[in-house]
Design a binder for this molecule. Structure first.
Ligand code: MN
Length: 262
């Protein structure tokens, strides 16, 4: 499929996705991702993956797994066609490392990262670090994002790591059912602080699975925060989508069918 651009419909130059939570148990979501790479991402200069592409990542020594390899191969193909791919880790796949980056050709970015696209300076983040109301999660995050913890964890056999991760995912599912809706969203002050620290007026993040566009004003400065949707085409309510920046610098949100969200 070739996307035809026009004055009314300018070409996108950069795309943003997050929270696909890809796994072998999500074949339709995986296929939708492959279709997105082939039909949409292949038409742009830059693709930004803002965390939780995978449901979990046990370490780069799991690259040989056939499912993981199929995702790596798809990213590699896109990279080799000339599209630059950028990666910010999510809370599910922060163990992605240099070997994965090498295999796919993508570039690992720190979180947060300030991207310059057209005339925009945009703060990019996964979003979990801003969920400061969830103190239990923040304590966990602080621990597992330490180099020393990761080095020790990665020394365990792959199968043992997978067992531990499965346990953590189970705990997280149970915790989510008891935590309040508000606690699991980003904290307004943490967002203000990040805007202030980066000096940007635009932010794009994922993680919360609450897609939206939020405007705020601080000292006459208008700020816009875009939240990416999660993807799930394996349940009844198919959902997903992306954000695009076009050649005119317009930032647009799209649903999984490729329709612009007004
Ligand atoms: Mn997340």
């Amino acid at each position: 499929m070739t996307i035809v651009c026009s004055i009314a419909q300018p070409c996108p130059v950069a795309l943003f996705i997050s929270d696909l939570h890809l796994s072998e148990l999500q074949p339709r979501t995986t296929q939708a991702f492959f279709d997105f790479l082939q039909q949409r991402a292949s038409q742009v200069q830059e693709l930004y993956i803002l965390g939780d592409l995978f449901e979990y990542w046990a370490g780069d020594d799991d690259l040989a797994n056939p499912y993981n390899k199929s995702v790596v191969d798809a990213l590699r193909l896109l990279n080799d066609s000339g599209v630059q791919i950028f990666w910010i880790a999510g809370n599910r796949d922060f163990l992605i490392g240099a070997a994965f980056a090498h295999a796919t050709g993508l570039k690992l970015l720190p979180d947060p990262f300030i991207a310059s696209i057209g005339n925009h300076r945009i703060t990019l983040t996964h979003g979990d670090a801003q969920c400061t109301d969830d103190t239990a999660y923040m304590a966990f995050r602080q621990q597992v994002r330490q180099t020393q913890w990761q080095t020790t964890f990665l020394l365990l056999p792959l199968s043992q790591r997978k067992t531990i991760i499965a346990g953590l995912r189970n705990d997280s599912r149970q915790a989510k059912s008891t935590k309040s809706y508000d606690i699991m969203d980003v904290n307004a002050i943490a967002i203000d602080d990040l805007f202030a620290a980066t000096g940007t007026a635009i932010m794009i993040h994922g993680h919360t699975h609450r897609p939206g566009r939020h405007e705020s004003v601080d000292c006459d400065k208008q700020r816009v925060r875009y939240v990416l949707p999660d993807w799930d085409l394996d349940t009844k309510v198919s959902r997903g989508g992306w954000i695009a920046i076009d050649t005119n610098g317009a930032i647009k949100r799209y649903d999984i069918a490729g329709h612009e969200i007004p």
